[in-house]
Design a protein. Structure first.
Length: 280
């Protein structure tokens, strides 16, 4: 008998992508969607087309905060998390269901991703190794207290699933630049909170190293124009992140307010379930 699973989706202004994402996880026993107060019709679409979805809106305090909030409130212990711009393929769906029907010897499973830019897969630039942990038991997995790029912490080993999901990670250049700028601001804020600083060498060096690693070492040039654009987007992200970190440190030195994003400080949000004392 298969153990039940909750599919969790987080959204903000995803009207063009969320419907296909939802349909790709309709095999789940529960679909729980957390929206960050979308204004583009996402909410109306979900409510009109997917009445069985468990829907909630919550202020966005970072991806990790949003995910942990949903994990704690899901109906089932086994969780499958998916972003609105991702799709579970039929092959991956079947593998997940077969896995949940069998003997579960680990607490988490990772999934590879095929990344698409304007209708065609970007195969290199480091994306050939893109893998994320998405199927897990909530009592043995937790996202750490980071505003951005928070990798799931797991109590034990993670087993890779064979089939990959589709990820439409560059839908338009305007959307991607806005996303990279937003993530860079959050990344810089996280580094500032962690006590890190930088200077001219760091701002230039990290961006240059990113280009060399992804375009040359990771064979980004083999993807043609898409490789140039993909690597360029991530070099921009790296440059802007360290430039913003420098700005934050200068503002602090001048005694001026540092515009850090609001963080989720709720007690218990960041506790690792397997480290809790018995009876706590």
């Amino acid at each position: 008998m298969r153990v039940p699973v909750s599919a969790i989706i987080t959204t903000f202004n995803e009207i063009d992508f969320v419907e296909d994402c939802i349909r790709s996880v309709e095999w789940a026993d529960e679909i729980y969607l957390i929206d960050s107060f979308s204004t583009d019709g996402t909410v109306e679409l979900i409510r009109s087309k997917f009445p069985r979805i468990r829907f909630e809106q919550r202020e966005y305090l970072g991806a990790a905060s949003q995910k942990n909030y949903a994990i704690d409130r899901a109906a089932h212990d086994w969780i499958f998390y998916i972003d609105a711009d991702e799709r579970v393929t039929p092959e991956l769906r079947d593998e997940i269901l077969q896995t949940l029907e069998g003997k579960l010897e680990v607490w988490a499973y990772s999934v590879g991703r095929r990344n698409f830019m304007l209708g065609k897969e970007v195969r290199y630039s480091g994306l050939q190794r893109d893998r994320v942990t998405r199927l897990f038991h909530r009592k043995h997995a937790r996202y750490p207290n980071r505003r951005v790029h928070a990798d799931l912490l797991v109590d034990g080993e993670t087993t890779p699933l064979r089939h990959r999901m589709d990820h439409y990670y560059i839908r338009s250049f305007d959307h991607m630049i806005a996303k990279m700028t937003r993530y860079a601001n959050w990344g810089a804020a996280q580094m500032f909170i962690d006590g890190k600083t930088t200077g001219a060498a760091g701002i230039v060096g990290h961006g240059l190293a990113k280009f060399v690693r992804d375009y040359i070492v990771n064979l980004g040039f083999l993807d043609g124009a898409r490789g140039v654009i993909s690597v360029g987007m991530h070099v921009y992200y790296t440059f802007w992140k360290y430039a913003k970190l420098w700005e934050f440190t200068q503002l602090k030195r001048l005694g001026k307010p540092v515009p850090l994003p609001k963080l989720d400080e709720e007690e218990g949000r960041w506790e690792l379930p397997w480290e809790k004392k018995s009876g706590a």
